[in-house]
Design a binder for this molecule. Sequence first.
Ligand code: AMP
Ligand code: MG
Length: 402
Amino acid sequence: MLSLEEAVERSLAASPLLGSEIVPLADAGGRFVASPLKAGMSLPGFDNSAMDGYAARSADLNGATTESPVELSCIGVIPAGAYPVNTVGEGTCMRVFTGSPIPRGADAVIMQEDCSSTPGDDHTVRCNDSIKPWENIRLKGEDVREGDPLITAGTRITAGTIGLLAATGHHSVEVGLRPKIGLVATGSELVEPPGELQPGEIYESNRDMLVSLLANANGLPTPYPIVPDMLEDTVTALEQAFADNDAVLTSGGVSVGDHDHVKPAIERLGGSLDFWKVAVKPGKPFVLGQVGGKPVFGMPGNPVSALVTYLLLVRPALLNMQGAAEWRLAKRPGCLVDELANKGDRRHFVRVTIDDHGLVRSVGGQHSHMLGSLAKANGLVDLPPGTRLAKGDPVNVQLIDS
Ligand code: AMP
Ligand code: MG
């Protein structure tokens, strides 16, 4: 059996980097940066006021208090967006607002709350407090300096990144292409919901579940009609899925049963195969293959196995195809409320919930067909063989990004 790490390595190696495209910033959230950018300008772009108040010389206000205020003569108003031409000299100030450029001569802004006006005199500002040099001024380049790295290749674009790019004058960004993914569910027992079930039949539940998971990995899914357990049908379905997509995800039909046709179908299409038993539970068996340079991930049909193998083995590959620098699931430290034990010989990815306080509970039934408990889970705990964890033990929870 392959170790999970080895299986992930093979999965990554089988997933070619797709190209890149330039997208508007508004559509770039969650995508991966394709080429790094340096800041073409500083932020702030000029010294400006952090407050509504008066731009003044800090030296003029030395020792000012309510009891002994200092009076300054206001020589003008600088609304945000205007550029000051006057210089603030000794004994003078200028009215400024948040974002107003700082006029020459001034080295601080006194908040308007610390000032009062003189009745009948619009030009005199009474300052009731002193200020330190550069107080309430946002200095040019204190946030981002021109030439600093702005974004690095492979990072995921967040709302903050988008704000930063827009603030430095960008309206678009180059990102890795979204992989087109064909979804093929195999099984003669499967019925498309909400069709009528005949005895022995079940509803097909993997394709929609995978569509939802793929949304978090920028995948562009195309679900294909359910494929009965017949070699010819499997070959036809896979051929179409490869023609339309960058990668194919199949579910079911990868065991060694008489009705498991995914592997022979890949071979019939001239593809190569790597069949694994990965030492994880749930999860074995799993097929990695490729047809014409495009990867195919043959996941087990059991819904829990399909979800867990998708997260552990397929998601990393799909992120890798987009140039992502990080493909591991996010982790959160927590504390066990339930006891967890793995008496088996494979790593068990136990479905759990982790709450806002970091308390971690098993969702109950851990068998690979149990969707009732899977639906409650928001995380996985990686439990090595022979491990017994007690109530109160610390655990790292891998978050299910769905
Ligand atoms: P298989 O991997 O084809 O041997 O299927 C393993 C189990 O998962 C069987 O109980 C199947 O009925 C079930 N199964 C397979 N594919 C699906 C699917 N797409 N939706 C729901 N259950 C499935
Ligand atoms: Mg089957």
